[in-house]
Ligand binder design. Structure first.
Ligand SMILES: *[C@@H]1O[C@H](CO)[C@@H](O)[C@H](O)[C@H]1NC(C)=O
Ligand SMILES: *[C@@H]1O[C@H](CO)[C@@H](O)[C@H](O)[C@H]1NC(C)=O
Ligand SMILES: *[C@@H]1O[C@H](CO)[C@@H](O)[C@H](O)[C@H]1NC(C)=O
Ligand SMILES: *[C@@H]1O[C@H](CO)[C@@H](O)[C@H](O)[C@H]1NC(C)=O
Ligand SMILES: *[C@@H]1O[C@H](CO)[C@@H](O)[C@H](O)[C@H]1NC(C)=O
Length: 716
């Protein structure tokens, strides 16, 4: 193997920000409770499931079946959340000034990592004698150890000068990284920001390959590097779907995005075998997710025979198969993720496309663990995937109670709280949050976690004047107007923690928000058969009288009282009742001045508003930026489009704060600014306890499956 010439690459080394030793680990800074000064503010929010992901990239030799008891190789370092890996071809090393003093590594791979609070793409190089070709047991056990692993950040983090984006699905072609990024605002509400970019690693020169006004997901580069395939809506845009996106597959020149052509109607997650064959997934009419192969006449660079595309269903009905990975070295098999009717877990399997046999790779090793998004080495000897590292993974914990998230706004720090509906006490020292079922209070440095109610509670809010008083509602969530839900106040400093019930009738009374003078509480109630807003006395509740603030046959909900007392912001579907769409309004507490603040496109969602301490901004959760990845490539998220945004209170300005493909929600503006830092769960948290996509739990009716093969196969 060739050692790159150090001299000629010295300039690149500086530009690349090489880190020639293992990068520092995330440090737990237990002091995040301290307030900072100087106009800065902080926002906290929740992300469904994220704290228990603990993903690392693992690999198994494809010869696994010949080993009596195969062991997985963990490739990534156990820090943070690492996923969506890719094995570059070895030729990428000879052009890439990887390591001036060392021979080429035994293997190298790139992946997405969320370490240090933002999405980044890393390249790791592993040294030592690897078992990658033989699958010999003893060699598997000897690897890896920290001293023979090098990490290089390719894009992301501090390199971006405060710019924040989600990165996804990286591929390396020569000296260029091809990947998804969400850093460009398409300027349209409810349009995805996901687009494919190419970054020349030596210079940082970044070029957008996706046309403007279009979103592209799941890019895959062909073995020659000439072509890139993506899943895309094209011009038609996102229709709000959160299961299968209904994308089409487009192919374009990797060089500059030109010669873009739609090759397959309805498909996602392309993976190339050679420059005229690719696999992809699609949910068939018979209900099963299945792998398809598409072949086209490839007449060399610049021309793709899109008229002559032949597609064929490859995997049979009877199991879900998706996220295919193929290799040029051995065209007789592919790797896929599956959900079999007899398993609640997602596994990686090989599928022999000639003999039509599956070989289960991961179920024999870890039957009760989800395995995601397989990828194959160019020589087809190794299958990579990611899964939760679980207990004893040997890395740093990802069980963060509070995680610092990189914020695109210099004067707003961002925290992810591992609990829903977080709210901070007016002095910023304590947090109330919900973990179903139950309401908890802790210090804002994560110490002294206490359960203050074991009943099903949702949104929380602290009284501005009476120390220790928290408002919440108890009863089922997402329920009908007549469901028994009442608002209670709890003094969390009282020993008996008694609930004071403030509403009487139990008619879905929820989302309390106290006035800044501590005298009144606004909430939503379904007592008329519709959800509208009401105001009651903060101490004695509705028995001292009730003022109906809004009235109409629609849903007004999630009110938040501004810190200067002048406004109440709330979400409402009043312009299209029952449609599922919610827009943001504000109204004076005396019922005058109703204004629409923001709407997310047509039929979109704006929810959970919360005013900034100075009342000039509102933080909210919305589908304003659509979805950022194919939902099937992630664990379950009910609303994978959820991201956190900040707007001016008059709606004249909006900024996206979070960039990921998860469900972010229930933001709160912290009354005091918090120093950024991570806080770990005292006892390790709930590792790996997340759900796979709920819609994969369903086994379609097997009777109709035979005829549907043809149906599905003929679709394109
Ligand atoms: C992560 O953040 C810490 C503290 O801010 C910093 O010292 C470290 O260099 C960062 N690491 C990376 C890889 O950016
Ligand atoms: C390709 O893979 C198949 C199935 O694992 C195997 O039987 C065959 O020997 C392989 N071919 C080559 C050329 O490695
Ligand atoms: C951030 O600071 C700028 C300049 O001081 C100010 O105009 C802006 O309103 C602040 N933004 C937020 C969200 O507080
Ligand atoms: C956390 O905050 C509490 C209350 O402010 C304080 O008593 C405690 O010492 C802090 N713990 C750490 C580890 O900073
Ligand atoms: C209603 O309240 C707003 C702001 O609190 C105030 O400006 C307005 O004069 C009030 N209107 C009436 C009719 O009281």
């Amino acid at each position: 193997m060739k050692t790159p010439n150090r001299q000629s690459f010295s300039c690149n080394l500086i530009l690349l920000n090489f880190l020639l030793s293992s990068l520092p680990l995330i440090q737990s800074t237990a002091g995040s409770g301290g307030a900072t000064s100087g106009g800065a503010t902080s926002i906290a929010f929740a992300t469904l499931g994220r704290s228990s992901y603990g993903f690392d990239i693992y690999a198994l030799p494809t010869t696994t079946t010949t080993i009596a008891s195969p062991e997985e190789i963990r490739l990534t370092d156990g820090n943070s959340v690492n996923y969506n890996g890719y094995f570059p071809s070895s030729s990428s090393l000879s052009v890439f000034p990887l390591l001036p003093d060392q021979p080429d590594p035994t293997t190298h791979f790139i992946y997405v990592t969320e370490r240090n609070g933002s999405s980044q793409i890393y390249l790791d190089a592993l040294y030592g004698t690897l078992p990658l070709k033989t699958g010999s047991r003893s060699m598997l056990e000897s690897f890896p150890s920290k001293s023979n692993q090098l990490q290089i950040r390719l894009v992301g983090g501090e390199q971006e000068n405060g710019r924040v984006s989600m990165k996804d699905r990286p591929s390396l072609v020569g000296r260029s990284l091809i990947y998804v990024s969400t850093h460009e605002d398409p300027g349209e509400p409810r349009a995805s920001w996901a687009a494919v970019f190419s970054t020349e690693l030596a210079t940082g020169l970044t070029r957008r390959l996706t046309p403007s006004g279009v979103a592209d997901f799941s890019p895959a580069v062909s073995p020659s590097g000439i072509w890139t395939a993506v899943a895309s809506y094209g011009e038609k845009g996102w229709d709000g779907d959160v299961e299968e996106l209904g994308t089409d597959i487009y192919v374009f020149l990797t060089r500059d995005g030109s010669n873009r052509v739609k090759v397959i109607e309805h498909g996602g997650w392309p993976s190339w075998v050679d420059d005229s064959t690719l696999y992809f997934h699609r949910r068939c009419e018979d209900g099963w997710w299945s792998i398809f192969r598409a072949s086209f006449n490839n007449i060399g660079e610049g021309e793709l025979g899109s008229d002559s595309v032949v597609t064929q269903r490859v995997t049979p009905p009877g199991l879900h198969a998706f996220t295919p990975a193929a290799s040029n070295a051995n065209k007789s098999f592919i790797a896929v993720a599956t959900r079999r009717p007899d398993s609640d877990f997602r596994h990686v399997e090989l599928y022999d496309v000639d003999s039509k046999n599956f070989v289960e790779l991961t179920r024999p090793i870890a039957p009760n663990t989800h395995h995601f998004n397989p990828f194959m080495s160019p020589d087809s000897n190794l299958i990579g995937y990611h899964k939760c590292r679980g207990g004893g993974g040997g890395g740093e914990s990802n069980d963060l109670l509070l995680e610092k998230v990189r914020s695109p706004l210099p004067n707003v720090s961002l925290f992810r709280v591992d609990g829903s509906f977080p709210s901070y006490s007016p002095d910023g020292e304590r947090i109330a949050y919900v973990k179903f079922p139950g309401l908890y209070v802790m210090n804002s440095n994560g110490s002294d976690i206490r359960v203050v109610s074991t009943r099903t509670a949702f949104s929380t809010a602290w009284d501005w004047k009476r120390k220790g008083v928290v408002y919440t509602s108890v009863g089922p969530t997402f329920a009908s107007e007549s469901t028994k839900v009442d608002i209670v106040s709890i003094n969390v400093d009282d020993e008996d923690l008694s609930h004071k019930k403030l509403t009487l009738g139990g008619e879905n009374n929820a989302f309390p928000s106290p006035s800044p003078d501590g005298k009144r509480v606004v909430f939503r109630s379904g007592r008329t058969g519709h959800k509208n807003l009401y105001i009651m006395d903060a101490l004695n509740g509705e028995k001292d009288g009730l003022y109906q603030l809004t009235e109409g046959p629609w849903s007004d909900t999630m009110p938040n009282w501004s810190p200067n007392g002048e406004w109440i912001a709330f979400a409402s579907d009043r312009e299209n009742p029952g449609s599922g769409g919610f827009e943001l309004f504000k109204i004076h507490p005396n019922g005058t001045g109703l204004q629409k603040v923001i709407q997310s496109g047509s039929g979109g969602r704006v929810n959970h508003p919360w005013f900034s301490p100075d009342g000039k901004h509102i933080v909210l959760t919305s589908d304003y930026a659509g979805v950022s990845a194919e939902p099937i490539s992630n664990p379950h998220h009910f609303q994978p489009y959820g991201d956190i945004f900040v707007i001016k209170s008059d709606g004249s300005w909006i900024r996206r704060l979070t960039h990921n493909s998860y469900e972010d929600g229930t933001p709160t503006w912290i009354p005091k600014s918090m120093k950024p830092g991570n806080v770990e769960w005292p006892n390790g948290g709930l590792k790996c306890s997340f759900d796979d996509c709920h819609w994969l739990n369903i086994s379609p009716n097997q009777e109709s499956s035979t005829s549907s093969i043809r149906q599905c196969g003929s679709k394109s």
